[in-house]
Ligand binder design. Structure first.
Ligand code: SAH
Ligand code: SF4
Ligand code: F3S
Length: 504
């Protein structure tokens, strides 16, 4: 953590500003300057997380920062003195959901005579900043994704002054590299590890570069030590996180440069029993070296989330994705060639500005060629500030967007179902995450290729690797029968025996 002295200096600057603005009395000033690190006592914080995995990880960082300053964490909003919403701004719907939630919290606050403090964190805080205070007039702190170290001070300040406190400064340096996030919602088996922040890509539809700022990679050593710590705690799977994870590059003090492929390789050597995944990768940075790490390292999963967004080159160009349809298809072919059986998933946007019916058909035909195991599918939603909002017309009518999205979803469901049917009779090494949603008598886990599997519990436990024969499926889940417990090292040996055809 940043030393308290540094924060005190920061606080003093802020206090001077506040004094000029609001005429605080001396006592209040003294409390703000010195009080926030000791006066939090037994206050309870409840954190609610929206948006992507990055936000889940960030909520863990927030929890860690607050715990360090003496706050308690609660899972029950009723017990909370402070409610924090870690927000998402990716589509209009995401923001609408949070506004509704804020409306609900307004009445909660009134019920408690204002004794509840409310904070808006994350991407919506960054996007709306002071506007959030004006519009909602119930928020006590507004904190952007790079300012979480400042949260204890902001909460204290808001409490002492009765005025909202804001810090939405984006930093090129902040990677929270020294903070171990609290994994309070984790299943104890798989964990996220943030390896970079921000995004420099400026896809024309996307608000993320505005809410998260410039790309910054986290030092290699801190990533490796976090993964080692997780292995020691019994975790069996890490997902390396970033908005454009495979553009990771870090140069050590001694000038050694580490690429994403090298990082994944090094992470995979921390423990042979730790599966390694990552999210989200950009096709432009998916190199042969990276594909070879998938091929050569048995604990690097045979699964890549490779968002294409669209199947037509002209639309891709307008989206500023920097690859053509043909280049993307060649990449997926290369992935399949180097990593036989690789599972691919994607993100798709329907109804982007100017999208014609023919161009929409190109998305469907690309799906047909790649045959994704999974896809996240969205209707285009115009975001203020983005290039598309400023320069293009959001001209595909709502009902057409909806129909195109439905066609994409239908096609994907069909592909997922067929892909799952092909699994019947195969044996997979499944990492058990816990009981299945429907019954305590059954367990849920994932294959190397990231497919969900449900099977009877017997004597198997969370965190076990189990060989499971697939007997049946739905379009989203495989159903199987356990054969025996295994280890990842053992599974890699036997899997290679069964998948490599004997040369006649
Ligand atoms: N960094 C990741 C994705 C981040 S956002 C990547 O580049 O792949 C997750 C997904 O939300 C995007 O892949 C995109 O499909 C979708 N998305 C982003 N902005 C959107 C918008 N304005 N309207 C609809 N979907 C959007
Ligand atoms: Fe957004 Fe593009 Fe960056 Fe992904 S790569 S976060 S879609 S700007
Ligand atoms: Fe949403 Fe921000 Fe993630 S906009 S998708 S929470 S980076």
């Amino acid at each position: 953590m940043e030393p308290i002295e540094d924060l005190d200096v920061l606080a003093e600057d802020e206090v001077r500003q506040r004094q000029a603005d609001k005429d605080l009395d001396e006592d209040q000033l003294d409390q703000i300057k010195h009080g926030y690190d000791e006066a939090t006592g037994d206050k309870q914080v409840y954190i609610e997380t929206y948006g992507c995995q990055m936000n889940v990880n960030d909520s863990g960082i927030v929890a860690s920062v607050l715990e360090e300053s003496g706050y308690g964490l609660t899972r029950d909003q009723e017990d909370a003195d402070v409610v924090l919403l870690n927000t998402c701004a990716i589509r209009e719907n995401a923001e609408r959901k949070i506004r509704t939630r804020l409306g609900m919290l307004r009445s909660e606050k009134e019920k408690r005579d204002g004794e509840l403090m409310l904070g808006v964190l994350g991407c919506m805080a960054e996007r709306l900043r002071e506007k959030l205070l004006e519009q909602e007039d119930l928020v006590d702190v507004v904190v952007g994704p790079d300012a979480y170290r400042d949260l204890p001070r902001l909460l204290y300040e808001a409490d002492a002054t009765g005025q909202a406190a804001v810090n939405v400064e984006l930093s090129k340096q902040e990677t929270y590299e020294d903070i171990q996030p609290v994994r309070y919602d984790s299943n104890g088996v798989s964990a996220y590890v943030s390896i970079m922040r921000g995004c420099d890509n400026m896809c024309t539809f996307c608000v993320v570069p505005f809410t998260r700022g410039r790309e910054e990679s986290r030092p290699v050593t801190t990533i490796l030590s976090e993964v080692a710590q997780l292995a020691e705690e019994g975790y069996k799977e890490v997902t390396l996180l970033g908005q454009n994870v495979n553009s990771y590059h870090y140069t050590d003090e001694d000038g050694t440069s580490v690429s994403f492929a090298e990082l994944v390789d090094r992470v995979s050597r921390v423990s042979p029993e730790m599966r390694v995944r990552y999210s989200t990768s950009h096709p432009k940075d998916c190199t042969d070296d990276l594909l070879k790490v998938h091929r050569d390292r048995p604990n690097v999963c045979n699964y890549i989330h490779l968002p294409v967004q669209h199947g037509n080159t002209e639309v891709l160009d307008r989206m500023r994705r920097t690859y053509t349809r043909e280049e993307y298809l060649a990449l997926t072919e290369r992935a399949k060639e180097l990593c036989p059986g690789v599972s691919l998933s994607t993100d798709l946007i329907a109804g982007f500005c100017g999208e014609t019916e023919e161009q929409h058909q190109d998305t469907l035909s690309l799906m047909e060629q790649v045959r994704y195991d999974h896809a996240y599918m969205f209707k285009y939603s115009e975001r203020p500030q983005t290039y598309a909002a400023r320069k293009y017309e959001d001209d595909v009518p709502e009902d057409v967007k909806q129909r195109r999205l439905e066609e994409i979803i239908e096609r994907q469901n069909q592909h997922a179902k067929e892909s799952n049917e092909e699994e019947i009779g195969r044996v997979h090494t499944v990492l058990v995450e816990g009981p299945s949603k429907k019954s305590d008598e059954q367990l849920f886990g994932r294959t190397d290729t990231n497919k969900g599997v449900v099977f009877d519990r017997e004597d198997y436990e969370k965190g076990d690797y189990v060989k499971v024969r697939i007997e049946d499926c739905t379009s989203s889940t495989l159903l199987g029968t356990a054969i025996e417990k295994t280890t990842l090292a053992e599974a890699a040996r036997t899997d290679s025996i069964t998948t490599e055809p004997a040369v006649a």
